[in-house]
Design a protein around this ligand. Sequence first.
Ligand SMILES: Cc1ncc(COP(=O)(O)O)c(C=O)c1O
Length: 478
Amino acid sequence: MDLSGSDSKFSFGFGCSHASSMSPTPRIPIADDSINLQVDPSFRSSPATFSPIPLQLLEQKVAVQKEEEETPKKKDEKEDEHFRILGHHMCLKRQRDCPLLLAQSKHPRRTIVDTDLESRRAAVRAWGDQPLHLADPDIHEIMDKEKQRQTKGIELIASENFVCRAVMEALGSHLTNKYSEGMPGARYYTGNQYIDQIENLCISRALNAFGLESDKWGVNVQPYSCTSANFAVYTALLLPGERIMGLDSPSGGHMSHGYCTPGGKKISATSIFFESFPYKVNPQTGFIDYDKLEDKALDYRPKILICGGSSYPRDWDFPRVRQIADKCGAVLMCDMAHISGLVATKECSNPFDHCDIVTSTTHKGLRGPRGGIIFYRRGPKIRKQGHHASHCDSSTHYDLEEKINFAVFPSLQGGPHNNHIAALAIALKQVATPEYKAYVQQMKKNAQALASALLRRKCRLVTGGTDNHLLLWDLTPL
Ligand SMILES: Cc1ncc(COP(=O)(O)O)c(C=O)c1O
């Protein structure tokens, strides 16, 4: 909730058992600062009638009452609740002269208010402290079944993984409570000193995990997913309708690289807002046809050329796509979502050696929380002789950082998910260990063992095998 604007009319879920008629209190109203405390119906524990309590910001002098004013009134004022919101002094006035209540006894109002308020406070405290199985048995039971399903079955989905306990702990932590729109050191909310530390640590671990120097590469760890990370890159660099070229979805590319059906239906927002023209694998071999890609790219002249995909079982020829991007003047982007674990451990060729921008999911091979990440080049450009200037090549330095960060926030996202960023930092710390390299090497061996077993049983694998963690089994003959 942003209360920093001048027009701060808002409602709180607040309960009160007073009658609605408030005695007029001498006060000086402050323009646009009147606040109405509304009763949230779910807050009521009894059918008693609750009415909204108009709440006003009081100026200091209002609180100063003359000595000679009646003592009960003064006493009542002490009972008023004073608090501050975003630096504004606020006062929750209590009902003073309800004739009905006064008629009942000398001080019945206090008793009723306190009992009621106390029981509601107790209820709120109890909600806050309840474990899931008590707070919501229905959800708890379904979650438990899903846990059994995950642990008792065999999961062979190449895009999924199991996070470690530490990642899970960070995900389910108090970090979810904090708003921190902006970047470390430049947030829109106060109280972000620790969130800044977490995000900065995550950034330095991301660079470290992929062996990148901070003067040559920057990284944004805020995207909620890889689809939104990719869209942020397009938003940063393209005007609506400008051109991108990525691997066709039926050839193993991802929809966020701009998919249209053969009938022309635009499936992803990428193809709705930008123009996309895909390249394909050779239908006979299953390998990417780089020569055809070059021909297409030179005709189409995309502003961004995308490599990387969702179901391509072979290593990418990054030097070759770099050459094509340079020839047609495109920015080269790799979506390494599926192979980021292999990239980090140098178990496949390295997109960072050749690309301008590298995006990834964080929840596949990296074993982190669900999310996206964008690496972008910074600093002076390395110019190679004989290469055409790319669309973003008008200066001697990369200008990707500001554009990409701005596209993530405020263009496409709001507050970053700080629990996810902490969880990602934990995962990236593990990615940089020798144990993680051993894990990735074993994963490759497992994929190759499965490929060999299937080939022995005369199954047809697209491209005849795998260089990475996934295989593509051609089921069309079945
Ligand atoms: C290459 C590639 N890019 C992007 C995505 C989308 O990731 P997310 O689900 O985080 O949006 C995927 C997901 O499978 C993918 O394989």
